[in-house]
Design a protein around this ligand. Structure first.
Ligand code: ADP
Ligand code: ZN
Length: 738
């Protein structure tokens, strides 16, 4: 094709592509996937080149104004994947491509060298200095800890970002002769951020692992596309199966992509892969745009055999992809919460089908969507029902909190049983994990006299008191304020601090077990005290006896000395007004329970709840995922919820409630013409009806084969354009409906 015209997908929500002429000065500079500036209506906008043509049917074609990147990273497969996303998630091709392609880094001329920080003293001296500085100069200690982990050193900016410090601690360490700055050529930069390798012996697979691996290897050899759902309890050796399958692919000179939830993208996870495979690229979310682009280019050049990353790594431009692996496939963080609202799991399956390769979805608690597809035979179910080496899963005790004696007019945070077990464990020199999926100190502040509850000025949400910062904070819009001394409603003097978050648990544990070393790990401490890694390390070394935390402690930890795990309240997730609340509760209990019982000392899990008979709790206490699924699936089917029907959610929001309600009503009215009445729920105020000064109304459409969502796109978009001050978001396959 003579490249006189290009088809451009705009980043705007418009359904079609537009053709432009390539002016002579840009001839030969535009490639598939190039970002271009083009005139559109009476302004100019950016878009992506998605095709070429040698003619135009229109009498007047406008010229491309400029080209923004000349070495784009779009292959036919990725373009095909973007087209699939546009259809599936009801967005424009241009919007889909903003996710598929890395950011444009225009004018970024990578300098030839960069500044690295490396150790200037032997490890023993660093260790000693690290201990000495830990309490007085935590940032300096943190830097040393990081360099002990990374013999190659760390690029200066990245190091400061990871430690969260200013340049001054670095300068101090440098003048003390502990670290030094070196200039390194850019090309010598290792692909992954964490470059320590620990040789580990390759275990002999057990019978279950062999049985799971065999069909995967057969698929790789046969060059087929197939989706495997690997359901294996925690510690059953799933990662080992991934490693073998990836090894098989890499030996054939092809590449693998491993997707993990952002929260599990820890140095420990990466190190396990590095111990066994070479040439690994790690796509962290904290890469700068320039770094991300650099990684992307090198992946395309075939410099990496394995790409490990969170959600967006599903688009890594590997030249000859051989397998995709998604660990913890049930995790909601695989769904992007801004346009394009893609789910990395379904996108990975779509990519695997486009490329004719296998994909492994692994989890101890599969999503009911994937499990149902496996039951239907669409996916192949592989089971690892036991932990390796015959270690048992830990016993889980359900502890009914309704029988607890109240102390000072309040139920205790830790019940009698848990207090007793924690005491016994620390006396034996063992360690304890306490999990609560809520950060902060008190989750609501209420007036003693009139019962008024203090809410965010911008949301219909109670403020959480954070003791460390002495602020009352909104967890939805991050508004914060001084905690009120008097009631904002009745001016009464007594404000009560009720509801517990991790900060209050930490305080309570310190009070109950004086002299015991307690630490907390949640997004607040991760921000304040630098890295998660150092807390983990102190827990691993035994310096910390009790670790309190949120989801951050629910993943991947594997410490044999942890013999007691407490789920402080399983009720929080159970009470969320969302149809998946039982599934989420089951998943949380199972994940947290998986953190113990891996060593010879065994372990015990206590789940505190006021609903001990709830099926999610009962089945999780028996580690019985399939039992839970058998109970939950008929309920979903009777209500027409996923996995039996797909959901589409339309969320309208804006400053004026009347206008938001009107638009939601208009969308519903239009949809009633196309969708059978029993497939449309709402419109009604969303469960969280007011966030960040915006009113929210939503409606849900249940899809079936007879009402494909694609047909609804134009209808919804037409209504959305009626009132510009109301935003209308279309979320296909939403992971929550709050
Ligand atoms: P999962 O990913 O299912 O939680 P892992 O793959 O992390 O399980 O395995 C748990 C632990 O057992 C790891 O320390 C791993 O090295 C070890 N392991 C895995 N497979 C075997 C095996 N066949 N023999 C001995 N140890 C194994
Ligand atoms: Zn708010």
């Amino acid at each position: 094709v003579k490249e006189t015209f290009v088809d451009v997908a705009l980043k705007l929500p418009v359904d079609r592509e537009f053709r432009y002429r390539v002016p002579p000065e840009l001839a030969g500079r535009i490639a598939l996937g190039s970002r271009v500036r083009v005139p559109f209506r009476n302004r100019s906008t950016t878009g992506f080149c998605v095709g070429f043509a040698d003619r135009s049917d229109l009498p007047k074609v406008r010229d491309v104004l400029d080209v923004l990147d000349e070495t784009p990273l779009l292959s036919d497969v990725l373009l095909g994947l973007a087209r699939w996303m546009a259809r599936r998630y009801l967005c424009s091709l241009g919007e889909a491509l903003t996710a598929v392609l890395p950011p444009s880094v225009r004018g970024h001329r990578s300098s030839r060298t960069e500044r690295w920080i490396e150790a200037a003293s032997p490890p023993s001296r660093l260790e000693e200095a690290c201990d000495r500085l830990r309490s007085s100069r935590p940032a300096q200690a943190e830097i040393l800890r990081l360099l002990l982990d990374e013999p190659l050193g760390c690029e200066a900016t990245e190091l400061r970002r990871r430690v969260g410090c200013s340049p001054s601690p670095l300068r101090t360490l440098e003048s003390a002769g502990l670290v030094r700055t070196v200039e390194r050529p850019r090309s010598s930069r290792p692909l992954s951020g964490t470059a320590y390798r620990e040789e580990s012996p390759v275990p002999v697979l057990d019978r279950n692992q062999e049985a799971a691996l065999a069909p995967i290897v057969a698929t790789i050899r046969g060059g087929e596309s197939r989706v495997f759902l690997l359901h294996g309890v925690t510690g059953s050796g799933k990662t080992e199966v991934y490693l073998r399958a990836i090894g098989e692919v890499v030996r054939r000179g092809r590449q693998a992509i491993v997707l993990v939830p952002e929260i599990s993208l820890t140095p420990q996870t990466v190190a396990r892969f590095q111990a066994r495979l070479e040439r690994i690229a790690v796509l962290h979310s904290h890469l700068t745009d320039a770094e991300r682009l650099d990684q992307w280019r090198r992946i395309r050049e075939g410099e990496a055999d394995v790409v490990i990353g969170a959600r967006s790594a599903v688009f890594a431009p590997t030249p000859d992809l051989g397998i995709l692996v998604l660990d913890e496939e049930h995790e909601t963080s695989f769904k992007q919460q801004s346009a394009p609202r893609y789910h990395a799991r379904d996108t990975a399956v779509a990519r695997a089908r486009l490329q004719g390769i296998p994909v492994i979805l692994g989890s101890a608690t599969p999503s009911l969507e994937s499990f149902r597809r496996a039951q239907d035979g669409e996916y192949t179910l592989l089971r690892l029902p036991n932990r390796v080496d015959g270690r048992p899963l830990p016993p889980v005790e359900i502890y009914d909190m309704t029988g607890e004696r109240w102390i000072g007019g309040k139920p205790p945070l830790l019940g009698r049983r848990l207090r007793h077990l924690v005491q016994a464990a620390i006396e034996r020199g063992e360690q304890v994990l306490l999990y609560l999926n809520r950060r902060g100190h008190s989750t609501y502040l209420t007036c003693h006299r009139c019962g008024h509850v203090v809410k965010c000025a911008r949301c219909d949400i109670t403020l959480t008191f954070h003791r460390g910062r002495q602020r009352a904070v909104c967890h939805y819009c991050s508004f914060e304020t001084e905690p009120p001394v008097r009631c904002p409603a009745c001016e009464g003097p007594g404000i009560r601090y009720l509801g517990a978050g991790t900060e209050k648990i930490e305080e309570e544990v310190q009070r109950l077990f004086p002299g015991c070393a307690v630490a907390r790990l949640d997004s607040d401490t991760a921000r304040q005290r630098g890295s998660i890694e150092s807390t983990m390390e102190r827990f691993r070394s035994g310096e910390i006896q009790i670790l309190v935390g949120t989801q951050m402690i629910a993943k991947g930890l594997d410490f044999p000395n942890v013999t007691v795990v407490g789920i402080v309240s399983a009720d929080i997730s159970l009470h969320l007004p969302d149809f998946r609340s039982a599934e989420r509760t089951f998943q949380q209990v199972a994940q947290v329970a998986g953190r113990t019982g891996r060593g010879s000392k065994g372990g015990l899990v206590v789940v505190q709840t006021t609903q001990p008979d709830h099926p999610a709790i009962r089945h999780s206490s028996r580690h019985d995922f399939e039992g839970f699924a058998r109970h939950e699936l008929p309920f979903r089917e009777s209500l027409g919820y996923p996995p039996f029907r797909r959901l589409l959610r339309v969320l309208a929001s804006g400053r004026q409630e009347e206008r938001v309600r009107r638009i939601a009503g208009d969308v519903a009215a239009e949809l009633r013409g196309v969708v059978p009445p029993d497939r449309l729920l709402g419109p009604c105020p969303a469960p969280i009806p007011f966030v960040d000064r915006r009113y929210r109304y939503h409606l849900l459409v249940k899809g079936g084969d007879d009402a494909p969502f694609e047909r609804l796109q134009a209808t919804i978009r037409g209504v959305a354009e009626r009132l510009r001050d109301v935003s209308v978001v279309v979320d296909v396959d939403p992971v929550d409906t709050l």
